[in-house]
Design a protein around this ligand. Structure first.
Ligand code: CDP
Ligand code: MG
Length: 140
């Protein structure tokens, strides 16, 4: 298995409920290494650009409103098979369908307020990391 980088967001619902540490603990306990991490407040244009792939979906407007409703913690994670492993750690998009032991089962509230984001493929991981981090911020 190759060493990969992936991109993570601890979303506003989890930050707001003081769950940053709990989510980071699950990430680190899984063996993923934090390469970069920062708390940011996205503006509308930044969030619309990030979720541009969903711009035609009916939930796009509400999704953007949610993602800018408060600060988020963005990170670059590294490890063997990191993209798939982190998707598995997050669990299904709808927390009601997420397997026990996943971040979304533990903390997600509903299909929108589902506590975390993770890249779904090598191309999106590279794009998403570069959307939030400069190379000199990947210090881990
Ligand atoms: O995040 P993930 O890749 O699992 O799901 P997605 O299909 O790429 O959707 C992106 C995000 O949009 C989700 O994580 C939810 O926060 C939100 N969403 C929503 O609000 N309503 C839906 N029916 C589907 C997704
Ligand atoms: Mg997705």
């Amino acid at each position: 298995m190759a060493i990969e980088k992936t991109f993570s967001i601890i979303k506003p619902d989890a930050v707001e409920r003081n769950l940053i540490g709990d989510v980071v603990k699950m990430i680190q306990d899984s063996g993923l290494k934090v390469k970069a991490m920062k708390m940011i407040q996205m503006d509308r244009a930044k969030a619309e650009g990030f979720y541009a792939v969903h711009s035609e979906r009916p939930f796009f407007g509400e999704l953007v409103d949610y993602m800018i409703s408060g600060p988020v913690v963005v990170s670059c994670l590294e490890g063997e098979n990191a993209i798939e492993n982190y998707r598995n750690l997050m669990g299904a998009t709808n927390p009601a369908d997420a397997a026990e032991g996943t971040i979304r089962a533990a903390f997600g509230q509903d299909i929108q307020n589902n506590s975390c984001h993770g890249s779904d493929a090598p191309e999106t991981a590279a794009t998403e990391i570069a959307y939030f981090f400069n190379d000199d911020e990947l210090v881990g």
